[in-house]
Design a protein around this ligand. Structure first.
Ligand SMILES: [Zn+2]
Length: 685
């Protein structure tokens, strides 16, 4: 699975800068500083405090950062694109017609209110006719075809022994709260969240009329689902367990799976989805969980399974129905779980839906309008400079033997690079968009996506496929294709500034590039070889040194404070869960700093002070600026529980003291808040 820079995929737009040659700026915005803070004690506050003050949270956001500014701009621009294609007389069935039709029906509030639960009812009525566990299984097949992954999910992903091939993966799924910990642990806000979840189910079961259809009261239905999902949660892997690439790869033939979990009709499933032909084997990622699914399919009361399915039908439809559903959903998922105060306006929600349905079609228009060709060529040079620097860092590593270094170089030199936008675009001609209802279109779009996903299984992996749209403000590394990808939308300030001196660019987008490159060599990435196969290319001694070094980072992030709130309590970071991302930040900082030094030697960086800062200082200030953000306690808690990335503040204040070049650049001394003793600084890449 791909490793990203950020938890939440967002969108943005490139400001088309003027083309005249002009003096380069420092790339540092002093308005973003809080000069009342002492940078040696709290670098984040110093570098980002002004930004935080100037960009207070509004009711709509529970987190608002430099990334989100880009996302908001992007959403406006994507909306503008939708608007512009909607203004013409579109041929029926054309892409423009599909975009316009889906947008308009989503915006038709009067129709949404008038329709109420009607677009959902055929699915609930069908569930209500289920009599046996066999009927329930057939219902599950239909739901999976619509992308509603009750009990588990099947999707295409690389064969870890032969990464050129895409095979089927069976993966744990089907929890309305998303993660097992919400059901099983009492820490943080979890008890309130469970109560809120039961309230939400009770309310929406009644709104949808499933209580009447089933003859069971809404609050009883809610409790049945809660008990059932808690049972599933108990046998699901933790997020930490799912970070283990070896343990989550368990090859089965269809025959072996039938013996392992006989109550799951594997053959029937694969046949129905059209992926049995040519299937040699597939992966069961969490065998322990599928043992429980096997039990569930034998010993669960049919009414319970029906209530569970009905709930997931309601839940996946709620955002696309009348406002009573939308608001109930927001009260729980938006307000209680993430700490947002008001829902996003309708035009933003619908723009996101159109984006989700036809992302690459909008992406193609986006790139034509907003992505300058010179940004791509300058980025290509930067990536090459970062690859050179990582090669040098590998040679410099004192903890690694020559044999392992040679293997690391082999992997580094075959990394596949994607910048801006894909070479070929996805075909949406098979997607049907009609004037029946907003939700019916969302269902057809989900079906279209699932069919697309299934169509890749048992075939060679398409290396030219992009796992993010160009309008996404994010980046990724994919270990099984050994590729790094930088969508067009991240190539703008504060990441990448065409008008700025390179020191700031190395500190921002350079570290992002180094971060993604390092993912190929983090605790997970290092287990894959240059072909993307799960293959141990390390000497035992080097692996041990790696683990010892990374432990310093794990300790630092375990000890850091994620949240200290009178209501939610004192919550620490999770150094184990976030280790891959923290290793990537650490590596990214070291590698990009060296790349900047190389560039300085070539005269490509202004060695003088700019805005009062040396190039070394500008590098770290630009790095911090990327993470400027305000966040509500509930969102900080949610991200700490669910996200493999550390919070922005800690990606600065915990990550930077690990880097000796940072300590030196600002003359940080023992006793300063940002000081970390040299023996506690992790040195990996
Ligand atoms: Zn990452």
């Amino acid at each position: 699975m791909k490793k990203t820079l950020l938890s939440i995929a967002t969108m943005a737009v490139i400001a088309t800068g003027c083309q005249q040659k002009k003096e380069l700026t420092s790339g540092i915005n002093v308005d973003n500083f809080d000069t009342t803070a002492r940078l040696q004690d709290d670098f984040y506050q110093y570098a980002c405090g002004g930004w935080m003050k100037n960009n207070p949270l509004d009711a709509e956001h529970s987190r608002y950062g430099a990334f989100d500014v880009l996302a908001e701009n992007a959403l406006k621009n994507i909306n503008g694109i939708i608007d512009s294609v909607s203004n013409n007389q579109n041929a029926a069935g054309s892409l423009a017609d599909k975009i316009a039709t889906l947008y308009n029906i989503g915006m038709d509030s009067a129709k949404l209110q008038a329709d109420g639960a009607a677009p959902l009812m055929p699915y609930l009525q069908e569930i209500s006719t289920v009599k046996t566990l066999g009927d329930a299984w057939n219902e599950l097949l239909k739901m999976h075809r619509r992308g509603n992954h009750v009990l588990f999910g099947i999707f295409g992903e690389a064969d870890k022994d032969d990464a050129k091939m895409c095979i089927a993966w069976a993966y744990q799924s089907g929890l309305g709260l998303g993660d097992r910990d919400y059901y099983l642990l009492d820490e943080g806000n979890n008890k309130k969240i469970r109560e809120g979840y039961i309230d939400l189910m009770t309310k929406e079961f009644a709104l949808a009329g499933y209580d009447k259809l089933s003859g069971i009261s809404a609050d009883k239905l809610a409790k049945m689902v809660m008990a059932f999902e808690t049972r599933l949660a108990k046998s699901q892997n933790t997020q930490l367990e799912n970070r283990n690439p070896q343990a989550t790869f368990n090859r089965y033939t269809v025959e072996e799976a039938a013996t392992f979990a006989p109550n799951i009709d594997w053959r029937g499933y694969f046949e129905t989805m059209g992926i049995l032909d040519g299937m040699k084997s597939f992966n069961i990622a969490q065998p322990k969980y599928f043992t429980e699914v096997n039990n569930v399919l034998k010993d669960t009361d049919v009414e319970t399974l029906k209530a569970y399915f009905a709930w997931h039908e309601i839940s996946s439809a709620a955002s696309y129905l009348s406002d009573d559903f939308v608001n109930a959903n927001f009260d729980f998922y938006g307000r209680l779980l993430s700490g947002r105060e008001v829902n996003r306006p309708r035009w933003k929600r619908v723009t996101s839906t159109v984006e989700g349905a036809m992302g690459e079609a909008l992406g193609q228009l986006y790139v034509e309008r907003y992505f300058p060709a010179e940004a791509k060529s300058r980025m290509e040079t930067l990536v090459q400079n970062l690859i050179t620097a990582l090669g040098q860092r590998i040679d410099m590593a004192t903890w690694m033997t020559d044999a392992t270094k040679a293997n690391a170089h082999k992997k580094l030199n075959t990394i596949y690079i994607k910048i801006g936008y894909p070479n070929k675009w996805r075909d949406y001609s098979g997607l049907e968009i009609k004037n029946d209802s907003y939700y019916a279109n969302v269902v057809r779009s989900n079906e279209f996506d699932m069919a697309y996903s299934f169509s890749k299984i048992n075939k060679p992996v398409d290396k030219d496929e992009w796992l993010m749209t160009p309008q996404t403000v994010n980046a990724y590394y994919n270990p099984t294709t050994n590729e790094i990808c930088f969508p067009a939308a991240i190539l703008q300030p504060p990441f990448f500034n065409m008008q700025a001196d390179e020191a700031a660019n190395y500190g921002a987008i350079g570290v992002v590039i180094g971060h993604e490159l390092t993912h190929g060599f983090d605790d997970q990435g290092r287990q894959y070889d240059e072909n993307g196969n799960l293959n141990d290319w390390w000497s035992e001694e080097d692996a041990k040194n790696f683990d010892n070094n990374k432990q310093l980072l794990i300790d630092a992030f375990n000890n850091c404070i994620a949240l200290d709130d009178p209501e939610l309590g004192l919550i620490h970071g999770d150094g184990e869960k976030t280790q891959g991302e923290n290793i990537a930040d650490n590596g990214g900082l070291h590698v990009s700093y060296l790349a900047m030094q190389n560039a300085m030697q070539k005269g490509q960086v202004n060695k003088e002070q700019m805005d009062g800062f040396t190039p070394e200082q500008r590098f770290f200030l630009a790095y911090a600026a990327v993470w400027a953000s305000n966040i509500r306690p509930a969102a900080a808690l949610q991200l700490t529980q669910m996200d493999v990335h550390s919070l922005g503040r800690n990606r600065v204040n915990v990550a930077l003291p690990q880097v000796t070049e940072f300590i030196d650049a600002f003359g940080i001394k023992e006793g300063d808040g940002m000081w970390l003793a040299p023996e506690k600084r992790a040195l990996l890449w």
